[in-house]
Design a protein around this ligand. Structure first.
Ligand code: AMP
Length: 259
């Protein structure tokens, strides 16, 4: 079984990297942010409780997110493992998590604030099917429209400069100490998240001793490089880093979005 937590500030690519890990490793991506957003967009009672805090970029209460994570984990659909994204985000949540689950590793994505801001403010999400875009390196063919379904592209409610500043402040104050707690008990790998999506994924896998994806293996073998920036700005990947976002069809599908 492979059990990981991925930690990193908003915009560092946690969701994208977590999802890449699930593509071939048969592990489940569990994102607390996605579960909460699903509830907000489906007007559930839980959604009503968290909506305003989320829109302001503030953390929601520990009891609430702890019960969300406990209930999600209790589905036990993770026979081969999981990668938990967005939890824990403070010391109390870390202690709670460590009491209940053991881990094989913690992935710490590191990125400076100015690069995070540049990336987050360029994020777009299809309001219909939830596909993620980024105006920097995975632009839609038609401006404001989803390539897949033609839905309107929108900005996440909490991707404003004000909310982003609040989230980064919270991250530095509350989430960074989680790394220290984990470092005492768990195997923490720190990854430079500024590189391209493929390279970051390969770095995560190398440091955790996981098999490389076939595509990354082949790329490294043919060009002899590490797959970083190419002239088209897509970081050497032919497939832009798009992933399904928050437009879920049922609450059985509430864990499939981005960071
Ligand atoms: P994320 O998608 O991980 O960026 O999370 C989006 C928002 O959901 C955060 O800004 C918080 O408002 C809330 N949230 C997600 N995970 C947690 C958590 N572990 N603790 C508290 N709030 C959270």
């Amino acid at each position: 079984m492979r059990k990981y937590v991925i930690i990193g500030p908003q915009g560092s690519g946690k969701g994208t990297q977590a999802k890449r890990m699930t593509e071939d490793l048969d592990i489940v991506h569990i994102s607390v942010g996605d579960i909460l957003r699903w509830n907000v967009s489906h007007y559930t009672k839980l959604g009503a409780q968290v909506r305003r805090l989320m829109a302001r970029g503030e953390l929601v209460g520990d009891d609430l997110v702890q019960s969300v994570i406990a209930s999600r984990m209790s589905r036990h659909d993770w026979n081969h493992g999981f990668v938990v994204d967005g939890f824990p985000r403070n010391g109390a949540q870390a202690e709670f998590f460590l009491e209940s689950y053991d881990l094989d590793g913690v992935i710490n994505l590191d990125m400076p604030d100015d690069e995070l801001k540049r990336r987050v403010l360029a994020r777009r999400l299809c309001s219909q099917c939830g596909l993620d875009y980024n105006l920097i390196d995975s632009r839609p063919r038609r401006e404001d429209r989803c390539d897949a379904c033609g839905g309107k592209l929108v900005t996440r409610e909490d991707d404003t400069p004000e909310a982003l500043d609040a989230r980064l402040r919270e991250y530095r104050e509350k989430t960074q100490p989680v790394i220290d707690i984990f470092s005492r008990k768990e195997f923490v790998v720190t990854i430079d998240a500024r590189a391209g999506i493929d390279e970051v994924q390969a770095d995560i896998r190398r440091k955790l001793g996981l098999p490389l994806r076939d595509a990354d293996d082949a790329e490294a073998a043919t060009d002899g490089t590490d797959g970083t920036d190419t002239t088209d700005g897509t970081n050497g990947t032919k497939t832009p880093g798009r992933t399904r976002g928050t437009a879920h069809t049922s609450d059985d599908d509430d864990d499939g979005s981005d960071d």
